[in-house]
Design a protein around this ligand. Sequence first.
Ligand code: ADP
Ligand code: ADP
Ligand code: ZN
Length: 217
Amino acid sequence: MKIVLLGAPGAGKGTQAEVLVKKLFLPHISTGDMFRAAISAGTDLGLEAKSYMDKGQLVPDEVTVGIIKDRISQADCREGFLLDGFPRTLAQAEALDTLLAEMKTSLTAVLNISVPADRLITRLTGRRMCRQCGAIYHLLYNAPQKENVCDVCGGELYQRSDDKEETVRNRLKVYETQTAPLIAYYQEKGLLHEINGDQPINEVMVELGQALGQKWS
Ligand code: ADP
Ligand code: ADP
Ligand code: ZN
């Protein structure tokens, strides 16, 4: 299966992706995680990406499409993958279609996780991530057992610098203008499934399973 998870920042893409890829045995491809890894490694890509991410802007399409092209042409993506946070612009969506056509394949499904805008700010400002394994938590909605410690690996939790309220507001504006048009784009292609993201994490997972024709609960 070749799946795209669509949704505003804070909709729950990363949270669902962590579980979905284990159930479906797919590589998890998150452009945000790839950029954060490049920043930690101090590469040129990281330096460039950071200058946009800190302002809540999108990294330019050429750069983002380039890293996706390299990633999905790797052998582990031949049978399928889960894209989380890509595409985020119409140009990226078109580039993805071209890339997949060249590989003689196409997308299986696009899952749009929707959450009312007024919920997204509290989701993002309360988000905490594990420095070591990238696991996602929320201070109120998905708190770790022990404050500031990752349940999975014992790593330290931190707040992403772009999850401060000021940057969050900018990211939500960028989503509305640049990413939201992808909903109509994939609807026209008959690939879109609407998922109600404004319910408990487990229930969102059930809906995702139904959309993908999987019988898990
Ligand atoms: P995205 O990848 O779409 O930006 P995340 O998966 O990182 O979103 O989730 C954003 C924040 O909201 C995180 O703190 C996460 O723990 C929390 N969250 C995710 N799904 C839900 C949900 N269904 N209900 C409440 N909080 C959620
Ligand atoms: P969230 O889901 O909370 O918005 P991500 O981790 O997916 O966060 O992305 C963090 C940042 O990385 C984005 O605000 C943007 O600057 C950059 N980024 C991630 N994916 C893309 C993309 N497909 N195109 C351009 N920039 C991206
Ligand atoms: Zn961890």
